[in-house]
Design a protein around this ligand. Sequence first.
Ligand code: CAA
Length: 419
Amino acid sequence: MPLHRRAFVLGGHITPFIGKKHPDFVWKGHPDFGTRDNPTLEDYVVTAVTEALASTGTPAELVDKAWIGNFVGELFSAQGHLGAAVAGAHPGLKYKPVMRVEGACASGGLAFASAVESIQAGSDVTLVAGAEVQTTASARQGGDYLARASHYARQRGIDDFTFPALFARRARAAYGSGVITEDDTARISVKAYANAHKNPLAHMKAVPMPFEVARTASDANPAFLGNPELQPFLKVSDCSQVSDGGAAMIVVSEEGLRKLGRTPADAVEILGVGAATGNLFEDDDLLSMPTTAHAAARAYAQAGITAADVDVAEVHDCFAITEILMYEALGFAAAGQGAALIREGRTELSGDLPVNTGGGLIGFGHPVGATGVKQILELVRQLRGACGAYQIGGAPSVALAANMGGDDKTAVVSVLRAG
Ligand code: CAA
């Protein structure tokens, strides 16, 4: 069923995503250490929300409802209850209804899906935010916090770095099957870093990643897992970043556009949103992502398109292997054929289906709750021709975002069309 009320993204704001190895990230070796602090979770919420309102010309008073995606603010920043932080971001938002949404790394996507449902139910002007700060803890401690997105009682013990290990398990299965090689995942990482180098907001904008480094474990690119059975199947270059950042956007109905003095031509239309949730207590086949596939089927049906219609995509590359499995779950390639898309360069900026053009989670960074919101805004920018050095050619018209939480346990797939 198509959306019965048309819905649009008017625009929004993405903060820089920063963390270790980003030139502006303050740590003990940085020249600014002791004179300047990194932004807090509250800073990211306030900046993203106020800039989204200002850059779209949306008076806060006109916002009917708002959502914020955040995974574990309580653990990294000792701060929960972030709906009230959104209400505190601008005087005009005080006493608006704001809800925090949590679906692990798909929290931002779920916040977006909630706004679209609210438009269907009669809202006209909505605000969607996402934010996460993760650099307040070491990567090892953060591994424990992020493990809350797995089935902790059953899966925490796989490795100190639970999520890297869960995806090393998928990489081991994929390499063992012979359909995906270590060079294929290295190509995904090289693409992510190369795209990030063109993106001023990206966490890894200044970090080189030559193919020779990405393809083999070395001191420069360690296989860092402690689990000896999984350790050979994952390197630092395969991983998304431990990033801080925020993003926010304005989602409106046609009536909302009118209230703001705008027309559909000023916005990007949302054609379909599909969500799906898998079973936390058991794992599916390691070579497929059925939860994402279910979400995609719903999004395609609502949008009235097929995978072949997609011109540009943002997919959840929490690890390099995930991006290739996503190609298959989203129908960009048949099962077992996903690696061909990266081998043939089809998902590079110059290819016929560019994927993760700003660097994805590996290159742009992965402040968990912000990621799903950032993905939508990146696509809005591609559809508007606003991506600067990484703008793709060919006037893209249809775009797809796939945001995933846990090990393919929560998925939100969204389809957008240029205004
Ligand atoms: N040789 C061997 N081991 C080394 C090494 C070397 N040269 N250098 C580092 N290591 C090991 C060490 O054991 C080190 O740990 P300790 O220092 O605590 O002993 C460990 O690697 C980590 O090293 P660093 O702290 O220096 O690593 P880093 O800060 O550069 O982080 C990373 C690298 C561990 C890969 C980190 O970026 C990371 O954890 N990334 C993944 C983040 C993640 O999992 N996000 C969630 C994705 S899953 C998803 O999206 C779904 C969901 O719902 C959660």
